[in-house]
Design a protein around this ligand. Sequence first.
Ligand code: PHE
Length: 351
Amino acid sequence: MPELNELNINAVKESFKEALKTVTNLAGLDDLRVRFTGKKGDLTLLLRSLGKLPSELRKEAGIELNKLRDEIEHAIDITGKKIRDSENEKQEVSQRIDVTLPEKGRVSGAFHPVIQTMHEIANIMQGLGYSVATGPEKEEEFYNFECLNVPKWHPARDMQDTFYFPDGTLLRTHTSPVQIRAMLEYGAPLRIICPGKVYRRDNDTTHSPMFNQMEGLLVDKNVPFSVMKGTMAEMLNAFFGKSLKYRFRASYFPFTEPSMELDIECVECSGHNEHCRVCHGTGWLEVAGMGMVHPNVIRAGKIDPDEYNGFAFGIGLDRMSMLKYGISDLRLLFDGNVSYFLSGFGGVERC
Ligand code: PHE
């Protein structure tokens, strides 16, 4: 135990001052506290040795030592506060958020153009009282062909080159089998649309083996031909956001009679550009197949064709979205490269 005298009181004081200068963090400060005021600390030892002093010196030395203890404790408190303040400030600065900085820009997800088109047309048709029906993509010949007035021997089967499974089922070649399924399930009167994927053995710049269609079917009593024309015009004007010109061309589908194909005026040039890349100068775009539902089809749906009739249409959703959004190559729709779409093709709003 050090002997207590003025000399070593000063020495402790000085060594504390020196040591305090080297302290940079709270852990160092705590070491310092232990070194001087801990159980075996320099100051503590001096305080303990007070008792050994002759009584005439004790009082004086006691006052000195207590003063030094107060100074040391005060200095430790002050330094601790300073260190804590500066650490807090450092943390605050490092975590500070500058709300005035410009944003880095972000790429958000969006619906595929074909899905957007599907939603838009479905919304329009729902506004006209149609409900959305669905059916399987792996379909039975019965629904895909037979019920639609296309028996096995029928040459119209060649119009839709089909993918068959070994068990005789097939990938549906159109959404028309949903007409039958819906009639069987819901009966008449009926208004449905059926969007979905269809498959054909076709693969070139304008055809893909998988594509998207939307079927429409209305069955009711005394449905006039004009309702079909009006419905198609209503749907397409709403979809393209303008009043278009229409052309109905006589055509053939086994499941409708009479049958026709619908052309709309070219949405790109309205027939004013003989070099138009969309209509190739014809001024017209073929968009849908349709017709008054054949009585055999109504019958296959277990509805009496003497009481009910109706119309049906099939529209290509891929083509619709290409026309609306100015997409020039069908293959871009099925390509995994999203940069084309993110670069703001033909004016779809990014959401
Ligand atoms: N299913 C026909 C096709 O895919 C389109 C269509 C549907 C035609 C309904 C008439 C009525 O080509």
